[in-house]
Structures are given as structure tokens and as C-alpha cells.
Design a protein around this ligand. Structure first.
Ligand SMILES: Nc1nc2c(ncn2[C@@H]2O[C@H](COP(=O)(O)OP(=O)(O)OP(=O)(O)O)[C@@H](O)[C@H]2O)c(=O)[nH]1
Ligand SMILES: [Mg+2]
Length: 239
């Protein structure tokens, strides 16, 4: 199954793939192998924003049951600019790279990492254009609140749909609920960095200044416990 990984620049898409590669391994014969990305987070490297989409393969099996089929996923990371472009260019003609990316897609994973009032209209515009481009309106959409290890969002991780999306982006949330069949829309909370421990909910991250920019990288590698990495992927496989 092909899954498109979408979101604005710096929402943590490549870091997510790197966390998946490190924590869950991957095996697949074709395309770029996900393990190529393992180590990016560990080294605190700033990931380059790619100019074109890159595809990685991952096989997953749900643990804890006697028999579970294996699912082979092709995760296709889109450069943030392609998603960002939806805010300004509304026609299919101006969104050709997005249309190509969506071909054969069995699901879309959309990352949102900033929850600030004032961005509801911006997100609404993006999602209106995006849904207009979807030829197959039955594609399942997992809307993911990323970087939720942050203190102000950590408690919202149990009910991200209500406490994050509905709270910060009410118009966007209600638009999505109205436009997408209930069974094809789900909201998740995720953090590739996680917190320091079960009894230590401090975010496992440090802030650094790089090339004049302020960035956040993983803090303590030995205590690295990402939060909810696989949940959206399991959901796609269960539909
Ligand atoms: N706090 C926090 N920061 C994160 C997390 N995941 C990624 N980041 C940081 O977010 C920044 C952007 O991460 P990327 O993975 O490069 O983002 P991207 O979505 O791939 O960006 P583009 O490829 O440019 O679209 C980096 O500084 C990461 O260290 C997370 O779970 N928590
Ligand atoms: Mg990236």
C-alpha cells in the first residue's frame, strides 16, 4: 500500500521516517530502504528539505496477537513546499507534483506541528484545495498532530481531535468532518522525540542554534522513546 506523507515544511516528516527506521526497522526489496534514514535523529542532523518526493518501504505486523498478516507499506515523503503550495495555487494545473504524488495512494498521512490561533483559515484553504485534487475521495486521511511531547500539548495527546484540532482549528476540523466519510478520517497525536520517561514527562529534546536558525533536536538518545509512531500506519492497515 502506498502512503503519502504530507505536511508543511519542518513539520517533522523526515524525522518521523528516521524514527521509524531506528525503532522498527524495515525490510523491503525495492525502492529506497527506510534504514537509510536511521541515525539522522541520533546524530541531531538537520535534514535537508528534498526537492522531490522520496519513497521508503516498511513492513509492519501488529504485535500481541497470535496471527497477524504482514503489511508492506511504501511511504512517500513529499517535500513540504508541495503541500505549502496548496495555500496559494488552487488549480490542478499548478499542483501537478501533488497530483503525481497522489497517484495509486492508499492513504495520506498529514502532519501538523504548530497549534496556534490565527492559522485556522490558512489550514482550511490548504485542505480545501487538497480535497479538490483528490480523484479518489475514498482515500483514508490520517491527520497527525506532531511534536506533541511539548509541555503545552502532551496532555492533549489522548484526545487530539478535540483538544488540539477542534480547539485550535475549528473551521478546518469541521470542514474535514463534513467532506470525508467518518470511517476514512482519523486524528492522531505523535512525537518522534517523546518524553524522558513514564515518570518524567519532560520533552526529550534540546534547542540548538544552527546557521542562524533555531532548531530542536533529540536530547538524550539513551532515553529515546518516540510516542505513537505506528498508530496511524496500523489504522491504514486495518481499513
Ligand atoms: N520537538 C520536536 N521537534 C521535532 C520532532 N520531529 C522533528 N522535529 C524537528 O523539526 C525540524 C524539522 O524536521 P524535518 O523532519 O526535517 O521536517 P520535514 O517535515 O521533513 O521538513 P521538509 O522536508 O522541509 O518538508 C527539525 O529541527 C527536527 O529536529 C518532534 O517529534 N519533536
Ligand atoms: Mg523532509
Amino acid at each position: 500500500m502506498k502512503i503519502c506523507l504530507l505536511g508543511l515544511p519542518s513539520t517533522g516528516k523526515t524525522t518521523y521516517l528516521s524514527a521509524l527506521a531506528t525503532h522498527h526497522g524495515a525490510k523491503c526489496a525495492s525502492k529506497e530502504r527506510l534504514p537509510a534514514l536511521a541515525g539522522i535523529v541520533r546524530k541531531g542532523r538537520l535534514t535537508e528539505s528534498a526537492s522531490s518526493a522520496a519513497t521508503y518501504c516498511l513492513s509492519i505486523k501488529k504485535r500481541g496477537f497470535l496471527y497477524q498478516p504482514q503489511h508492506d507499506l511504501e511511504i512517500c515523503e513529499s517535500p513540504g513546499e508541495i503541500f505549502e503550495n496548496l495555500a496559494i495555487a488552487k488549480s490542478s494545473y499548478h499542483n501537478e507534483p501533488m497530483l503525481q504524488l497522489l497517484e495509486r495512494a492508499g492513504g495520506c498521512l498529514v502532519f501538523i506541528s504548530d497549534f496556534m490561533s490565527g492559522f485556522d483559515d490558512y489550514n482550511l484553504t490548504i485542505f480545501k484545495t487538497f480535497l479538490g485534487l483528490l480523484v479518489n475521495s475514498n482515500i483514508p486521511l490520517a491527520i497527525v498532530a506532531n511534536k506533541v511531547e511539548r509541555g503545552e500539548f502532551w496532555l492533549s495527546r489522548h484526545e487530539p481531535e478535540i483538544d488540539l484540532f477542534e480547539n485550535f482549528y475549528p473551521k478546518t476540523t469541521s470542514f474535514l468532518r463534513g467532506a470525508i466519510p467518518y470511517k476514512n478520517l482519523k486524528f492522531f497525536a505523535l512525537s518522534s522525540f517523546g518524553v524522558l520517561g513514564r515518570r518524567d514527562p519532560r520533552p526529550n529534546k534540546v534547542s540548538k542554534s544552527r546557521d542562524g536558525n533555531f532548531i530542536e533536536v533529540l536530547g538524550d538518545y539513551d532515553r529515546w522513546q518516540p510516542y505513537n509512531l505506528l498508530a496511524p500506519l496500523y489504522w491504514f492497515c486495518s481499513l
